[in-house]
Design a protein around this ligand. Structure first.
Ligand SMILES: Cc1cc2nc3c(=O)[nH]c(=O)nc-3n(C[C@H](O)[C@H](O)[C@H](O)COP(=O)(O)OP(=O)(O)OC[C@H]3O[C@@H](n4cnc5c(N)ncnc54)[C@H](O)[C@@H]3O)c2cc1C
Length: 257
C-alpha cells in the first residue's frame, strides 16, 4: 500500500544525488540570489552517500583511484550565496580542500591520482555543508530510497519510491547517472557456459571489486581473464595484486613501464 506525501508539495524533486545531483542543488540556490525566492527541494538518493553516490562511495577499497590526477582535478568551488534570511556557505575546490594547492610541486614530478573514496569524502562534506543549512531552514527533504515511477500530473510531478511512498513536486531534475544495462550476447553466452565448467566463476560487473577479490572461486594460482582494457580493468588488476599484498614494479624509469 503506497503511503502518500502528496499534500507536502515541493518546488523541485532531484532524483539521484551523486555529483550531478549535488551540483543541481547548489545551482538551484545560486540561481535564487537576488530573486527573493526560496524553493523547497526534495532529494531522492538510493545509497547512503548523497553527494558521492556509488562511484565515489567512501567505503570502497584504496585500490580504486580516480582517472584524473590531483593536478588536473579542477572542481569549481562553491561561492557563498546570500538568500533572504540565510546564507548558503562557500565550499573550497578539491585542490584547496586537500591542501594540494598550497604545495609547491615541480612540473617534472610524476602525477599522483587521488583515491575515489577521497573524492567521495570531499563530495559528502560539500553536500553536508549545504544540506545542513537547507534542512535548518526547512527547505530540504532527503529521502533515502529508489524512485521507481514518475508521472506528470495536475501541473506537477508524482514521484514514487520502491516500498510505497509517493511525493509531489512542481518540477523534477533527473540526475540518475549510470543505469544498469542488459547483458550482451557474448556475456549471456559465457554466463550459460560457466555453469558447465567446474570451479569457474564469472563476474559480469567489475564493481564492487571486493566481490571479485573475496570470491571463494579465486584461490592462489587461479587464472583470471579480464574482458576489456579500460579504466575498470585497472581497478580490477590493482585490486587483485596490490589489494592482495602484491606489487607492480617499474622496470624502466624513462617509460615507467
Ligand atoms: C566505476 C566508475 C568509475 C568512474 N571513475 C571516474 C573517474 O575516475 N573520474 C571521472 O571523472 N569520472 C569517473 N566516472 C564517471 C562518473 O560517472 C562521473 O564522474 C560521476 O559519477 C557522474 O555523476 P552523476 O551524478 O551524473 O552520476 P552518478 O555518480 O552515477 O550518480 C547518480 C546517482 O543517482 C542515484 N540513483 C540512480 N537511480 C536512482 C533512482 N531510481 N532513485 C534514487 N536514486 C537513484 C545513484 O544512487 C547515484 O548516487 C566513473 C564512473 C564509474 C561507473
Amino acid at each position: 500500500m503506497k503511503q502518500d506525501h502528496m499534500e507536502n508539495s515541493y518546488d523541485i524533486g532531484i532524483i539521484g544525488c551523486g555529483p550531478r545531483g549535488l551540483a543541481s542543488l547548489e545551482a538551484l540556490y545560486a540561481a535564487c540570489k537576488g530573486t527573493g525566492k526560496k524553493p523547497r527541494a526534495i532529494i531522492f538518493e538510493s545509497t547512503k552517500y548523497p553527494g558521492a553516490g556509488p562511484v565515489y562511495n567512501l567505503k570502497q577499497p584504496k585500490t580504486n583511484w580516480l582517472n584524473v590526477s590531483e593536478r588536473g582535478l579542477a572542481i569549481l568551488p562553491r561561492i557563498e550565496v546570500e538568500l533572504s534570511g540565510f546564507t548558503v556557505p562557500s565550499f573550497p575546490d578539491f585542490q584547496n580542500w586537500t591542501g594540494y594547492a598550497e604545495k609547491e610541486i615541480p612540473s617534472t614530478m610524476v602525477d599522483a591520482f587521488p583515491l575515489r573514496s577521497e573524492l567521495g569524502k570531499y563530495l559528502t562534506e560539500r553536500f553536508d555543508s549545504i544540506a545542513e543549512i537547507l534542512l535548518k531552514e526547512n527547505l530540504l527533504t532527503i529521502v533515502q530510497g529508489e524512485v521507481d515511477h514518475i508521472a506528470l500530473e495536475d501541473n506537477g510531478v508524482r514521484i514514487e519510491v520502491i516500498g510505497g511512498e509517493a511525493y509531489r513536486t512542481g518540477e523534477v531534475a533527473l540526475c540518475i547517472g549510470h543505469q544498469p544495462v542488459k547483458l550482451d550476447k557474448q556475456l549471456t553466452g559465457w554466463k550459460n557456459r560457466v555453469g558447465e565448467i567446474d570451479g569457474s566463476v564469472l563476474f559480469t560487473q567489475p564493481y564492487p571489486v571486493s566481490r571479485i577479490v573475496e570470491s571463494t572461486g579465486l584461490v592462489k594460482g587461479s587464472n583470471v581473464a579480464i574482458r576489456g582494457f579500460g579504466l575498470a580493468m585497472i581497478d580490477v588488476a590493482r585490486a587483485l595484486t596490490e589489494g592482495n599484498g602484491g606489487r607492480f614494479e617499474i622496470l624502466n624509469e624513462n617509460t615507467r613501464r
